[in-house]
Design a protein around this ligand. Structure first.
Ligand code: SAM
Length: 192
């Protein structure tokens, strides 16, 4: 049987980006909690226009350098503040209301996989990000759980998400179900 490209069900990251695009307007502020190679920071910077601003965190200098280069190539470096600190310290650096936040968990693609996001700091940062979100703001978490430690982090994020009061926020999941192994998936939260 031949395989066909899908036309109606986007992959996890394209779907996550669609949600972020829908949540953001010109002039908004947004968070990339895990800048990595800067793909998500760039998308956010494109969405918020010249009057908006992005706060992007990473603990690895090479990740922030890659993010800076990506923004610079697009001429958008002035739209983002790159923060060399753990997202666990989010509220020390960011005090403005956010319309969107993205967490792309796991390790830096192309790196040695020794620096990965961790359950306690991730959940702490998620809670801080939700506090900073404005009404109708969207928080997107892309979860990779195939690597060492990934399952514990997945469980911590699932526990945090499922305990959210539905009066305060709605949480949804977008996940491939008919694939072997632990494929990445997305949780998204909209603040009421
Ligand atoms: N969003 C990125 C992109 O578009 O290329 C991919 C992110 S990558 C999957 C995960 C990143 O999280 C890595 O670059 C890693 O250094 C970073 N990271 C790990 N622990 C962190 C922490 N406590 N605070 C902030 N970033 C962290």
């Amino acid at each position: 049987m031949s395989r066909h490209n899908l036309h109606h069900l986007p992959g996890i990251l394209p779907f996550a980006h669609d949600l972020l695009r829908r949540a953001l307007q010109s002039g908004d502020c947004a968070l990339d909690a895990t800048a990595g190679n800067g793909h998500d920071t760039l998308l956010l910077a494109q969405c918020v226009g010249a009057h908006g601003h992005i706060y992007a965190f990473d603990v690895q200098p090479r990740a922030l350098a890659a993010t800076h280069t990506r923004l610079q190539q697009a001429g958008l470096q002035d739209r983002a503040t790159l923060i060399a600190d753990s997202h666990a310290h989010l509220s020390q650096h960011v005090t403005v209301g956010l319309k969107a936040a993205v967490f792309n968990l796991g390790y830096l693609p192309g790196s040695d996989k020794t620096v990965v996001t961790q359950p306690a700091s991730t959940v702490s940062a998620l809670a801080q990000a939700l506090d900073l979100l404005l009404p109708s703001g969207v928080l997107v978490v892309v979860i990779y759980h195939g690597h060492s430690g990934g399952e514990a982090e997945q469980q911590a994020v699932e526990n945090w998400c499922s305990a959210l009061n539905p009066q305060d926020a709605v949480a949804v999941r977008y996940q491939l179900v008919n694939q072997s192994g632990p494929p990445p998936y997305m949780l998204a939260v909209e603040k009421r």
